[in-house]
Write a protein that binds this ligand. Structure first.
Ligand SMILES: *Cc1c(COP(=O)(O)O)cnc(C)c1O
Length: 340
């Protein structure tokens, strides 16, 4: 066991012993390679540096009370990385390579996987980048796929408490028919400045609206949005949202709990009708939303929590998902893969 204070972990980078790499050259993928270096040797004209040929994933492994490690829905992450690769003209990472690398990173860094009981987990970061040199705007002919892992604590240090969100009206994260549906770095570059402003003004994230009409809710920082009203779980349908696997799972759990599930455009004005709202993604699972402020529209406020507590449906969804991930509840939908 490593000398790590598991309960003090935050969601941030720390060094582990090994990462796994696999190169694509001459039209084919090579073997998995084990590396103990934190650096990548990279050609200065690599397309990932100049033309944004870069996609990534994020998924978690959890150590249960039984000391077994469960990886949550990795096949979904693989499929999404395939979609991202197709979207920006990179070669698809085969399933065996994706899983082989994730599994090896966990096994080789076993001592960094947080033991059960600290609310911590082992976050896996698969990365696919164009490494081949180009100066003209073209796809590379060489690529690197790699996976590293880091032990992480809960995303929010304060725990499962409502956060405040700021609507952005002077910037878009992604175009309606752009790359918003792919998990690529370019979308993040586009969101950094409004995210940073939201933080400076005391909010935990920026809420984007649809780029075309500025009428509907799109994405909530690096997370999907959902609202609850009349026993219904409502989440936006949009061509610029990254399909969150957490959201996909919450929709299943909501239905299982007897809620209706709707995926449709959500007008900003409908915010006043929700009894609960949240943002969801792998890092935090759910960030319950206490208040949404439309700063650039007369500072209009939508309040969902007055007592600093999360709503009961969001809380139940959160507990159910974590219960499955830690192996405390029945894995009814076969979402976990055991690493043994
Ligand atoms: C990764 C990501 C999410 C969350 O997806 P999960 O699969 O739930 O982790 C949401 N929005 C954006 C923009 C993302 O990049």
């Amino acid at each position: 066991m490593k000398n790590i204070e598991w309960s003090k972990l935050t969601f941030g980078y720390s060094k582990t012993d090994y990462n796994i790499r696999c190169y694509y050259r001459d039209g084919k993928w090579g073997e998995l390679e084990i590396s103990s270096s934190e650096n990548i040797p990279l050609h200065m004209a690599a397309t990932s540096l100049h033309y944004g040929q870069e996609a990534f994933e994020g998924l978690k492994a959890f150590c249960g009370k039984d000391n077994k490690i469960r990886v949550f829905r990795w096949e979904e992450n693989h499929q999404r990385m395939v979609n991202s690769a197709q979207g920006i003209l990179m070669p698809e990472v085969p399933k065996e390579i994706f899983w082989g690398a994730c599994k090896k990173v966990i096994e080789l860094n076993r001592d960094y996987v947080p033991p059960y009981g600290h609310g911590a987990s082992f976050y896996l970061r698969p990365l696919l980048i164009g490494t081949g040199a180009q100066v003209g705007v073209k796809a590379a002919n060489e690529y690197l796929f790699m996976v590293f892992g880091v032990p992480v604590g809960p995303y929010f240090k304060e725990g499962f408490k409502p956060v405040n969100i700021q609507i952005v009206r002077d910037a878009d994260r992604a175009a309606p028919l752009g790359t918003g549906v792919y998990k690529v770095g370019g979308n993040y570059a586009a969101s950094l400045s409004s995210g940073e402003r939201a933080h400076k003004e005391g909010f935990s994230a920026a809420l984007y609206l649809d780029a075309k009409e500025k009428k509907y809710i799109d994405e909530c920082g690096p997370a999907n949005f959902f609202g609850i009203k009349n026993n219904t779980y409502v989440t936006p349908l949009s061509t610029s949202i990254l399909p969150s696997i957490t959201n996909k799972s919450l929709m299943v759990l909501a239905e299982d709990m007897g809620l209706k599930v709707e995926r449709r455009p959500i007008p900003v004005t409908e915010l006043s009708e929700f009894s609960e709202c949240g943002a969801c993604g792998t890092a935090a699972v759910i960030s319950p939303i206490g208040k949404i402020v439309d700063s650039q529209n007369d500072g209009k406020e939508y309040v969902f929590s007055k007592d600093g507590k999360a709503g009961s449906i969001s809380t139940q969804l959160y507990e159910r998902l974590l219960g499955i991930q830690y192996g405390e509840m029945e894995d009814k939908f076969k979402w976990n893969t055991l690493v043994d």
